[in-house]
Design a protein around this ligand. Structure first.
Ligand code: TXA
Ligand code: MG
Length: 320
């Protein structure tokens, strides 16, 4: 697609947002299902189309710091430090919300999650729409997050428009944090690692995070329809001839019906980029009855990867 056509599409999408419609758009992490964050009716339709429970709040996407000021009631120095370091980028900061933010966006919480996406289409869309855009990942609730426009089309045919920006760069969602008296707490593991944030501000050593203020910690969030297991080589007692392996090291591929290798160079970032795509492919593949994912060490982005894999496994076990 040439630039002029892309700009035309972005302008069209921005008009729809202004009119209170829903637009799916690419970010650097996954595709979002967006609406004008100040329009509660438009936001209500996000919950409807996604079949998302109303207690799970949305992230608001901004294009500049002026929009941040509209959305929150208090900005401290730490927020500014984090913004300068990580925005635009995959860090969502939960902050005290201003009165302008409709309660439906924050699910009635006094806080709002905000991030500035590092994606030129997303930023241009927000600028042209002239408002911050509330957007969850553009999948049905409990399903796999979309990393391509096709994934969105398949899951949410009702959406008013999909801005196609190709496959997303990072492939795993943003890290969600909140600030406390003592530092930051991670409410959802994601693309920015704990170690990176610790270079800017300390981590709050308090371990307790209550469920209400951290809906993203719910154990089952990603739930594949097929049997899904995180397994190391020796722990597999399944019929491999019907199983698809999401392979990382290449060390456990033998005997599987199909293998999707997520990295040629054993780089965890490749795992994040290709993980959801692999899940989508095996879900849609009639030869595959069981999906097995190779685990990785829980350091850096490995924490976010293992978080998603365990959630997928957990929800499959719940369904049995
Ligand atoms: O990368 C991403 O974060 C993508 C792209 C589209 O930006 N968005 C995304 O949104 O993953 P969603 O709705 O699928 O996940 C947002 C997470 C949820 O787990 C939600 O509970 C948490 O962020 N969250 C949002 N606002 C919050 C708040 N005020 N307090 C606590 N958690 C919040
Ligand atoms: Mg999601």
């Amino acid at each position: 697609m040439d630039n002029i056509e892309l700009l035309k599409n972005i302008e069209f999408a921005a008009r729809l947002i202004r009119e209170g419609k829903l637009v799916a758009f690419p970010t650097e992490t996954v595709y979002g299902l967006g609406a004008n964050a100040f329009n509660p009716y438009a936001v209500a339709r996000i919950f409807e189309i996604k079949e998302r429970p109303s207690f799970d709040p949305l992230i608001v996407h901004i294009a500049d710091l002026a929009q941040l000021k509209l959305l929150v009631s208090r900005i401290d120095e730490r927020t500014m430090k984090l913004a300068h370091k990580f925005w635009p980028g995959p860090l969502t900061i939960v902050l005290p919300k201003s009165e302008k933010v409709p309660d439906i966006v924050s699910s009635g919480l006094p806080t709002v999650g905000i991030r500035m996406p590092d994606h030129r289409i997303a930023l241009e869309l927000i600028r042209r729409a002239g408002c911050p855009i509330a957007a969850p990942s553009a999948n049905k609730f409990g399903h796999i997050s979309p990393t391509t426009a096709d994934h969105v089309r398949k899951q949410l045919p009702e959406v008013d428009y999909i801005l196609d920006g190709g496959k997303t760069d990072i492939g795993i969602e943003s890290t969600v944090i909140r600030l406390t008296e003592y530092g930051f707490q991670i409410l959802r593991y994601g693309a920015i690692t704990q170690e990176e944030i610790e270079e800017i501000i300390p981590m709050d050593p308090t371990t307790h995070i209550d469920k209400i203020s951290a809906p993203g910690m719910m154990k089952s969030h990603y739930s594949p329809r097929k049997m899904f297991l995180v397994a190391s080589d020796h722990s597999i007692a399944i019929d491999k001839s019907k199983a698809g392996l999401i392979s990382f090291t290449g060390n456990m591929e033998e005997g599987f019906r199909k293998v999707i290798k997520v990295s040629d160079r054993c780089d965890l970032r490749d795992y994040a980029v290709n993980m959801y795509e692999a899940m989508h492919r095996f879900e849609d593949d009639n030869d595959i009855e069981v999906i097995i994912a190779e685990p990785v060490a829980e350091v850096g982005i490995g924490r976010a990867i293992m978080d998603r894999l365990r959630k997928a496994e957990f929800s499959w076990k719940q369904k049995r």
